[in-house]
Design a protein around this ligand. Structure first.
Ligand code: MET
Ligand SMILES: [Zn+2]
Length: 746
């Protein structure tokens, strides 16, 4: 019999119960015991949802982050936290406290989940503190769960760590592995023959290639521990180069991602000829579309030909952490669309359906439903729009007309900005009042006139302030936007929004990504009214503000029934039309933000070129209708450009603003060395901090920048948008920025 499994399950709760109790606890409105009560209830409920699954994950639950749980379990606690213990320690590591800064947080592979980064040094002494893990196991046993136990593997744990003293983190591997061995022994002594899913996703990345040498020494040790079965699990990409070593380590099973790991199939013979049990990840754990069960059946039949069915499990490609919980709260979605979707709970049904069909159980009704749903999606007129497709097919203009050198001459003549022109990245503080107003309007509690006036008042104040302090290129402040992707998604055809489609981003934070489900088009102008209103208030240049196609795609759930290239083209054309409308309405500078450009980079080097080419293509298309005299800015909020500077250059924007304040001038040298020709606005102060930078310090910063880049090509601006700051911080900071620039100009 083929069995089923789930790699991991979302923990935040279908009503985000975990989020709310945590936030109550953090603001001292709840006791820690109440947090634990909610946690136990959620676990029970989640186990119950998974009762038909043959192997359910235990220890995928945690209060903040699972890497953090490992930091605590192996006592990898930086010295500054050593006086703390229990929940106080746990949350101080995650969030800092009044006197300690938190551990760093960074993206979990190529997902939008963020984990806590272990902070190690050559003095780190691991020691096992297994309490949480053992409690999880006992709790699951009490609740009679068909369980496997999840751990992050030691190689991935170290690979994702940072050392603060430049020591080699892998010098710590032996010590860490010794503690893992103790832990595994403890788990096996509680439950004989327990299956331990050890996750080593680092081997799905190119970085993992140098680490393969560690697999055999580590996993041979693990496989010799009595009474347990080790399942070596990778996801998000293929990990073909580890199979041989995994087999030779003598462990029990291997987990492969057959959805995102295109080459996993190549290793099938190797696995078949070994004793390994195969956990085939075939149900997409990262997207929200109903699987095509017939196709999955076909695929698994291929596996079945080679692998004895007693050695075959079918399940998710990765943890379901990355998809929303359930469709059951989505009363406002179009019924057709809803019928094509599958969130975590619905994916459980897909897994058991697949398993049952493979095992000859008659579930033809359910299979039929699945076939019909997918069929209707293929032909639906709410998805496929003739006019959009015709336009894409008949495209002839893919980029702007003149070269940067030719354009910039025309622009400087036209725009006449001074040297070291000052500007901002777009958003100004989002006040509570503003948020309430937008919500009230959305809910229909205030009418459009009241709302419009309110937004216009904000814009008026914003413009007035910028004139007062004498900035050169102004913005309207983005008061009408809740989020830089959602705003455009809501204005475009082809996007839908869930009521409850929350996905954990980090800790208690969740996001609700838009669903890009159909051909995309722009029924009406999206920003022209606000921008032209702002321009009407001033003689200075008003900068139009748009989000770029790559960022819109990277922060949405994107349809899987069309190539990414075509989807990106459609989105790019919508942005291109908006640019055209803006410039025809008299707007001379337009910024196309690509905040998430870097986030979309693939895990494997061999896929980078494709990503870069299609991203460049989409960005260039989105700006293709801009007149030579219209100046196109872009903004990217990160600071590692070493590997991607050529790509950035190829995007062919006239001006790029970037985050530099926290990384110093090293970054700018890269622009110099690469011979980057366009204009650059390196952020001269860090907007993530409430601190108000002084004039002197910004003068110094500008001077330092001028040592690397010529003043003719420099813009002066903050690091990023100001929406999370308060007016009390923004006003003096920007005033100082302008003053510092004036000093630097003479
Ligand atoms: C995360 S990048 C943000 C860019 C946007 N224009 C803003 O200022 O908020
Ligand atoms: Zn930014």
């Amino acid at each position: 019999m083929i069995k089923s499994f789930v790699t991991g399950f979302p923990r935040i709760g279908e009503k985000r119960e975990l989020k709310f109790i945590l936030e109550k606890f953090w603001t001292k409105k709840a006791e820690f015991s109440e947090v634990l009560e909610v946690a136990n209830e959620l676990k029970k409920r989640h186990y119950n949802y998974q009762k038909d699954i043959d192997l359910v994950s235990v220890n995928d639950f945690c209060l903040y982050d699972i890497m953090l749980d490992h930091i605590v379990a192996f006592n990898a606690i930086p010295k500054r936290f050593c006086h703390l213990k229990d929940e106080e320690l746990y949350f101080a590591l995650a969030r800092g406290n009044s006197s300690l800064h938190a551990l760093e947080m960074t993206k979990w592979f190529n997902t939008n989940y963020h984990y806590i980064v272990p902070e190690l040094s050559k003095d780190t002494k691991f020691s096992l503190n297994s309490k949480k893990f053992i409690d999880e196991l006992n709790f699951a046993i009490e609740n009679r769960v068909n369980l496997k136990f999840n751990l992050i593997g030691p190689i991935t744990f170290l690979a994702l760590s940072k050392t603060i003293d430049d020591s080699d983190k892998f010098d710590l591997l032996d010590d860490l592995v010794a503690e893992y061995e103790k832990l595994l022994g403890e788990l096996a002594s509680i439950k004989k023959d327990i299956i331990i899913q050890i996750e080593e996703p680092i081997f799905s990345t190119s970085k993992g290639e140098n680490l393969v040498k560690f697999i055999k020494p580590v996993y041979t040790k693990f496989s010799s521990i009595k009474d347990l079965k080790i399942l070596f699990s990778t996801y998000f990409e293929h990990s073909t180069n580890v199979i041989k070593d995994v087999i030779e380590s003598g462990i029990w099973g291997i987990g492969q991602d057959y959805v995102y790991g295109k080459f996993c199939e190549k290793c099938l013979d190797l696995i078949a000829n070994s004793n390994l049990t195969l956990f085939a990840g075939v149900i997409d754990g990262r997207n929200i579309w109903k699987s095509d069960i017939s196709k999955k059946l076909e695929f698994i039949s291929k596996l079945k030909e080679k692998i004895n069915q007693n050695r075959l499990y079918v399940g998710t490609s990765c943890s379901l952490l990355h998809v929303p919980f359930s469709l059951k709260y989505e009363d406002n979605l179009d019924e057709n669309l809803k019928n094509w979707l599958s969130f975590a709970i619905e994916k459980l049904d897909e897994i058991t359906l697949l398993r049952d069909l493979l095992n000859g159980v008659d579930r033809s009704d359910d299979l039929d439903k699945n076939i019909k749903a997918n069929q209707s999606r293929k032909t639906s007129t709410i998805v496929h729009k003739k006019s959009v497709r015709n336009r894409v097919e008949n495209l002839t203009k893919f980029q702007r007309d003149l070269s940067f050198e030719e354009r910039i001459k025309i622009q400087r003549d036209e725009l006449k900005y001074p040297i070291l022109p000052t500007t901002t990245i777009g958003s100004f503080p989002q006040t509570t009042e503003l948020r309430q107003m937008r919500n009230a309007y959305k809910k229909g509690l205030i009418d459009s006139e009241v709302y419009t006036n309110h937004i216009k008042d904000y814009i008026k104040d914003c413009v007035k302030f910028q004139e007062e302090i004498d900035l050169d290129v102004l913005v309207h402040g983005e008061p009408e936007r809740n989020d830089m992707v959602e705003y455009f998604g809501e204005m475009l055809d082809g996007f839908a929004f869930t009521s409850n489609g929350w996905v954990q981003s980090y800790g208690s934070r969740c996001v609700k990504p838009p669903l890009l489900y159909a051909d995309v088009s722009r029924p009406a102008a999206m920003t022209v009214e606000w921008i032209t209103y702002a321009q009407s208030l001033t003689q200075k240049i008003m900068k139009g503000m748009l989000t770029g196609p790559v960022t819109i795609l990277n922060w949405s759930f994107v349809r899987d029934d069309e190539s990414k290239d075509i989807v990106a083209t459609q989105v790019a054309l919508a942005i291109a039309d908006e640019i055209n409308d803006l410039q025809n309405a008299g707007i001379k500078i337009i910024q196309v933000d690509e905040a998430a450009f870097k986030e979309g980079y693939p895990l494997r080097d061999e896929n980078i070129k494709d990503y870069e080419n299609s991203s460049i293509k989409a960005f260039k298309l989105s700006t293709s209708l801009a007149f030579p005299k219209t100046q196109i800015h872009t903004h990217m909020c990160y600071s590692e450009f070493n590997d991607i500077i050529k790509t950035i250059e190829a995007m062919d924007a006239d001006v790029i603003s970037i985050e530099t304040a926290r990384s110093g001038n090293e970054l700018l040298k890269i622009f110099k060395e690469a011979g980057y020709k366009a204009e650059v606005g390196p952020g001269i102060y860090d907007i993530h901090s409430p601190r108000i930078p002084s004039v002197e310090e910004m003068v110094k910063q500008i001077e330092a920048i001028l040592e690397v880049l010529p003043k003719e090509r420099l813009w002066i601006n903050p690091d990023c948008g100001l929406k999370t700051r308060k007016w009390e911080e923004v006003k003096p900071s920007l005033k100082n920025l302008v003053e510092a620039t004036k000093i630097s100009r003479v």
